[in-house]
Design a protein around this ligand. Structure first.
Ligand SMILES: Cc1cc2nc3c(=O)[nH]c(=O)nc-3n(C[C@H](O)[C@H](O)[C@H](O)COP(=O)(O)OP(=O)(O)OC[C@H]3O[C@@H](n4cnc5c(N)ncnc54)[C@H](O)[C@@H]3O)c2cc1C
Length: 408
């Protein structure tokens, strides 16, 4: 038990969890990293075919660069090239997980189901400092029905958001029928090459207006242009959706995507019909027979209340994602009521004037502290609904948390 009390538990083996693991190893802190996927980088793999906006020079932390083998580190000539998610996994995340300093602490195929404290409930020992005397208690499971408990003195929740997509229905809640028809609702950016057959011969309702939906619209439109039989109806909540690319954007792939998405909404893509200013009101079955079974009848509604119905084979819902907050419901975590990020960091983010991820840096160690001593939310999850997170912010957060651990 005393070993467990000294241990740092890291939830999630994405870019930030692995950075944290390396930092713990370097500073001689015992740790265990739990990753639900069969190998690390599960969330990044899920969009592995997509090219990052950030180039190689922004995607390898100085700490990782010190430990990665020469053979996988991007060479001088690659620094300005943007890798795909799959390349990031293969050249950075997997080699980091295999590093001798780190590998013994990694547990893949293990899901963290819940985190509490031995003996204490959420409402007990408020502000007395006594909670830190009781170790964290982690309920873990594997894919084969086994459940067990491990303990830790510190928990770093780096579990990301991508596996926890938002609903499709208006107001961010499920539309009537959303659960009934969930098998026909896809929530990941399709790979136009690998998944080509899956989309062939189908009419698709694409819901969402962020970068993921823009990427899907661009790729499906390109497939249609290249002869694929795919029809897209793109439902955008904003009536004025028409993104303005910045010609001086240093992230050139980002401005290119915005340009292409803008052309599509302005009517420039055969095979894509754009409906602006609509939300998904209801999903029903009973349409004409299609490759996936009877078509889905989806009711769309405008802000003014008028409705229309579209009939599609499937829905591609790319409406963003948010971290799993149930994991720590028995801990004293103060969340922002608007963004669901941890309160101090959320306040710092709300106070910052820019909405560009490139302007993001760490906001200081104090913004990572929670009322729950020894519990920290890092990485993409720490940004709640704010979508300006970049991996390099995660590296800074890990540095900041190290200074806090020195005080524990
Ligand atoms: C399409 C797309 C493009 C992007 N492009 C960029 C870019 O160009 N540059 C950039 O910096 N960022 C980009 N991002 C954001 C990027 O995803 C993050 O910067 C990065 O992956 C965040 O790392 P993370 O470790 O915080 O979370 P994640 O990468 O999401 O990792 C979290 C890990 O936790 C695991 N996990 C979740 N729940 C549990 C649990 N209960 N128990 C155990 N394990 C769990 C997951 O399987 C996952 O492996 C992009 C995101 C998307 C979706």
């Amino acid at each position: 038990m005393s070993d467990e009390r000294n241990r740092v538990a890291i939830l999630g083996g994405g870019p930030v969890g692995l950075e944290a693991a390396l930092a713990m190893a370097e500073t001689g802190r015992p740790f265990r990293l739990y990753e639900v996927g069969e190998s690390v980088g599960e969330n990044v793999r899920a969009w592995g075919h997509v090219r990052l906006f950030s180039p190689w020079k922004m995607n390898v932390s100085p700490r990782a660069a010190r430990h990665l083998p020469e053979s996988t580190l991007p060479g001088e000539e690659e620094l300005d090239r943007c890798p795909t998610g799959a390349e990031l996994v293969e050249r950075v995340l997997e080699p980091l997980a295999a590093h001798p300093k780190v590998s013994a602490g990694i547990r893949t195929g293990v899901r963290v189901e819940a985190v509490g404290r031995d003996v204490l409930l959420k409402h007990e020992e408020i502000g007395t400092g006594a909670r830190s005397g009781s170790p964290f208690r982690l309920l873990l499971s594997d894919g084969e029905g086994r459940e067990w408990v491990e303990r830790a003195g510190v928990v770093l929740d780096c579990s990301g958001t991508y596996h926890n997509p938002n609903f499709t229905g208006d107001g961010g809640i499920p539309a009537p029928g959303e659960d009934r028809w969930k098998q026909r609702i896809h929530r990941r950016i399709p790979d136009p090459v690998r998944d080509a057959e899956e989309w062939e011969g189908r009419t698709v309702l694409l819901v969402g207006g962020g970068h993921s939906a823009q990427t899907a619209a661009r790729d499906l439109a390109a497939s249609a242009r290249n002869g694929a039989d795919v029809q897209v109806i793109w439902a955008l909540r904003r009536a004025d959706a028409s993104w303005r690319p910045d010609p001086y954007d240093p992230l050139t792939l980002r401005s290119a995507l915005l340009r292409e998405a803008r052309e599509i909404v302005q009517g420039g893509a055969p095979g894509v019909e754009v409906r602006k200013g609509v939300v998904v009101e209801r999903i029903r079955g009973g349409g004409r027979p299609g490759p996936d079974g009877p078509g889905l009848k989806v009711e769309l509604r405008t802000r003014a209340g008028s409705t229309s119905e579209v009939e599609v084979d499937r829905i591609l819902s790319l409406t963003g994602s948010v971290g799993d907050h149930h994991l720590y419901r028995q801990l004293q975590v103060h969340e922002c009521y608007a963004t669901q990020g941890p309160m101090k960091l959320a306040a710092a983010l709300l106070g910052s004037s820019s909405e560009d991820c490139l302007d993001e840096t760490g906001h200081g160690p104090e913004t990572l502290a929670n009322p729950e001593p020894g519990f920290f939310i890092l990485g993409e999850k720490s940004y709640g609904r704010n979508n300006t997170f970049l991996m390099r912010v995660g590296w800074t957060q890990v540095e900041e948390v190290l200074t806090l651990l020195d005080e524990i």
